[in-house]
Design a protein around this ligand. Sequence first.
Ligand code: 0X9
Ligand code: ZN
Length: 476
Amino acid sequence: MQESHARWTCGAALWIATAAGAPAAPIPEFAELARFDGDVVVRVQPRGEADLRLIEQLSDDPWTCSPSAAGSVDYRIARDQIATLVLHGVPFRVVIENVQTLLDAELASRQQPFDDRAYFDNYADYNGVSNYVNSLVAAYPGFVTRISLGSSVDGRDIFAMRVTSPVPPIGGVRKPVVVLNSLQHAREWITVTSNLYMTTALLNGYASDPTAKSILDEYELVIVPISNPDGYVHTWTNNRLWRKNRRVTSATTRGIDLNRNWSVGWGLSSGSSGSLSSDVYRGPSPFSEPETQALSNYMLGVPKVVAHIDIHSYSQLILRTWGYQYANPPGLASINRIGNAMKNSIAAATGATYTYGGSEILYLASGTAPDWVFGTLGAFSVTAELRDTGANGFVLPTSFIIPTGEDVLAMVKSMIQKLCRADFTKDNIVDDADFVQFAASYDSFITNSGDLTGDGTTDDADFVLFAGAYDQFLCP
Ligand code: 0X9
Ligand code: ZN
């Protein structure tokens, strides 16, 4: 008996009722890297449900989705299926002429030994990234600490870095934390290099760049380069275009979309799927996966997460909350102020055009990381979709590594500079109650080392200096 259900299409808010129960494609356990000879990526402009059904029949691999309000969708299909699109008069254009040629070029550069090249000349596999984290710890003692957030389904470490300067926090035991995680989706390799590039640039810039210095003096960055270790390894060894984690879900299906597995907005069919074979399968319950548990539990244990970016590719977007609904989030004006600054700072730094907006510029996505961070922790949180806009999609040539890393550097710097830190009560309104809470933290501060004036005594003059620091928390 077939059940009618909303079927997710990797596209702009396009939802269709379709018959479930088509046999799930078996998941091949590739003896070697899967090949995609003769495949192209097409950008389709569906005229209605019939067009969508056709493209879903032709393709088992929706790529990411166009920001265009016109609602185009990208799919990988076999070249000889182009004729079918033409035959049915479906409007489309080819955005990637030859997927395998892109993959071959990437593979050729992978085969150079990692040690022989500069870090950002190429992509690095799971061990390469782990080694790079170790090398940052060694190169910046006192600034970088390696931590573990937990383990993946297959037992791989979800490692992370705490990055901050040795300058102590004002009025607390830990500086406000900014969390930057990449690669919930395994095939989005550019997100890993960009996250590491941004981290390295801030550390390098500490001595010479006042912005880098103030960021690392006032904040702690928690960087999670590979949020989906098993998926990432799988893209290096078996299928470069894998998206989900590697959980066995049935005899023929694998993987849960980690970015549909978070609890806020979880389970809606308008933005995720309950079908095991779907690329946006949400899993059996919120936080069913150790990877999402590891990230969320870590953030719950941090005294103050003040901002977060969940880094993805591609499409060049900054997506604010909410992902799961079109309704405005509380504090929208403040969110827009930061989001627009991020977009503008990227354009100024690298010339790249990113679009900023809510789910209306992409599609609804339910159970995502930023909705949880914003909804549960009250912290500013966005999804960044990095380069490009589709010419190379997930298989970005290595020449994009540094420019896209510069995009992320600009977005992180501008986000942190624009953060409104005065909202201590986390009600999205800055008022006297915030100052009261701020001032109260002086009590715990004074029991440690209240002598801010450095005159050998802890007295009212120290409180005056402490309270003065509140001004720098006020929203621009
Ligand atoms: O679908 C996703 O998880 C993200 N796009 S991707 O192509 N990298 O898979 C977007 C998630 C955020 N979406 C919204 N805020 N609407
Ligand atoms: Zn993604």
